[in-house]
Design a protein around this ligand. Structure first.
Ligand code: ADP
Ligand code: G6P
Length: 471
């Protein structure tokens, strides 16, 4: 196997399972923050990406994509059920998101988690050049840093958690909490989205493993593991360029007409996930329609909710409940040709998504808990004329940066309704001042700045990054 100076290890590969019509593989812009964030970074670098290509059975041999080597890790049906849908998405995902749904603990799932992490660690070890840099991503692979260090002590190893990291009281529920912490501590640098998460982790390292720990450094035997907040971002310039494209502005104009030329368009774009607060938001909207504060067809809501993790029970239940709510609201408040909610479950290409962002007077991003939420940042970057109000949950990582958003607590239904009304009724001057400040923040803090700050902290001497740019 050819080896690379930089290896990204993530649960998913960023490419489609299918060939494009011209026979080439294409980058998959899957609806998920991790792929969206890393995709613009790696193109045209001599990096490798180790990940699962979707499906079960033997790993496919994949061609390089834009100069990036693709190493597929195979998963069996049992791995998919017990690692992916089990320990990753039915134990860790709910636990890390404030246990808004009950996390499940099964010993069989833990065995699968260990087995699959071992497989990823071996694939990463085979893909990395001597003294190379390996960057492990997210909650599916928390044991990989430790396993990889055993296999390849020569490597510099980074770990970045894209989701939030819970307070100790919640994390302590995990039957295998010590092993998970030790796995992460195999890294040289552990990055989180928010400073609070690094603080939680340090407390746990001290409490569970009895290690000397501050919010910046943890002593592990002879080694010092650094920890810190590195809030992830988006390709701001790409988003702004797309938003300014004439075909995208035309498309936005047509979308507005197709929506019945309302005075106000509210938009939400989520994966169908119980952390996103879709039910609470629909309830708030319904109450505003019932009280007459919001009227159809002057105002319409466009809810995009692309199905996700369809085989996980909580996700199936959520979809049914959301669709029931949407049907009920449209039945009660819509008219023929004038629905109160335009409900879409399709994945869109970037241009269509940006056209939707451009059409939205209010973007409602109200998760119950979210590591960052890139949709909020994408919306801001797409509002190149400084119009548009962002309604944002305090519990999204993005709220720590986008302070000028209309911030709400999505658990507080009245607060949510007031926030939505405030955003709908805001003056153009107020909206523009807030949007300008948020856009300026994203211009300075884009995805390149994020990667630079993380990788230069990991590669303190700069030697690996130099190797990467000169290869
Ligand atoms: P999460 O990572 O939990 O899914 P984020 O908001 O951080 O949440 O990231 C979601 C990413 O998926 C964004 O880049 C967004 O543009 C993309 N996305 C969401 N819904 C769709 C959709 N229907 N079609 C295409 N991309 C989508
Ligand atoms: C979040 C997670 C990612 C994950 C994505 C999509 O962004 O942090 O690791 O890839 O959701 O979820 P999926 O289960 O489809 O990979």
């Amino acid at each position: 196997m050819r080896q690379s100076p930089l290896v990204v290890v993530a649960n998913r590969l960023p490419i489609d399972d299918n060939l494009a019509p011209d026979g080439a593989f294409e980058w998959r812009r899957s609806p998920g923050g991790l792929v969206s964030a890393l995709h613009p970074l790696l193109r045209h670098t001599p990096a490798a990406w180790v990940g699962w290509a979707g499906g079960t059975g033997p790993a496919p041999h994949l061609p390089d994509v834009d100069g990036v080597r693709m190493h597929a890790v195979p998963l069996t049906g049992d791995d998919l059920r017990d690692h992916e849908e089990g320990f990753a998405n039915a134990t860790l995902w709910p636990l890390y998101h404030d246990a808004v749904e009950q996390p499940e603990y099964h010993r069989r799932w833990w065995e699968a988690y260990q087995r699959v992490n071992q497989r990823f660690a071996e694939a990463a070890a085979a893909a990395a050049e001597p003294d190379g840099l390996v960057w492990v991503q997210d909650y599916h692979l928390q044991l990989v840093p430790g396993l990889l260090r055993e296999l390849r002590p020569d490597l510099r190893i980074g770990f970045f958690l894209h989701v939030s990291f819970p307070p100790p009281e919640l994390f302590m529920q995990l039957p295998r909490r010590a092993e998970l912490l030790r796995g992460m501590l195999g890294a040289d640098l552990i990055g989180f989205q928010r400073a609070q998460a690094a603080h939680n982790f340090a407390q746990l390292a001290a409490q569970v493993l009895e290690l000397p720990a501050t919010d910046r450094r943890i002593g592990v035997g002879e080694r010092v593991v650094r920890i810190g907040a590195f809030p992830i971002s988006i390709d701001t310039a790409e988003m702004a360029a797309l938003a300014a494209r004439p075909d995208v502005t035309d498309r936005a104009r047509r979308l507005r007409q197709d929506l019945g030329s309302p005075e106000r368009v509210i938009l939400s774009v989520d994966r169908m996930d119980y952390t996103k607060g879709i039910e609470q938001r629909l309830k708030a909207y319904r109450e505003l329609l019932a009280s007459g504060d919001v009227k159809v067809p002057d105002t319409v809501l466009v809810q995009v909710a692309v199905p996700s993790r369809n085989r996980v029970a909580h996700h199936q239940i959520l979809r049914d409940r959301v669709e029931h709510q949407v049907g009920r609201i449209n039945g009660e408040f819509g008219r023929v040709g004038e629905p109160a909610i335009h409900y879409l479950t399709q994945p869109f290409d970037r241009a269509e998504l940006v056209a939707l962002y451009r059409v939205a007077d209010v973007m409602a991003v109200t998760p119950l808990r979210d590591g960052m939420n890139l949709v909020a940042k994408e919306y801001v970057a797409a509002r190149v004329d400084d119009t548009g109000a962002l309604l944002l949950s305090e519990f999204a990582g993005a709220a720590a940066e986008l302070e000028q958003a209309y911030l709400v607590n999505p658990h507080d239904l009245d607060g949510l309704k007031q926030g939505l009304l405030a955003a709908l009724r805001a003056t153009p001057e107020d909206v523009a001042a807030r949007m300008r400040a948020m856009r300026e923040h994203l211009r300075r803090n884009d995805i390149q700045a994020w990667a630079r700050s993380y990788l230069s902290a990991l590669d303190a001497s700069g030697s690996l990054l130099r190797r990467l740019t000169t290869t």
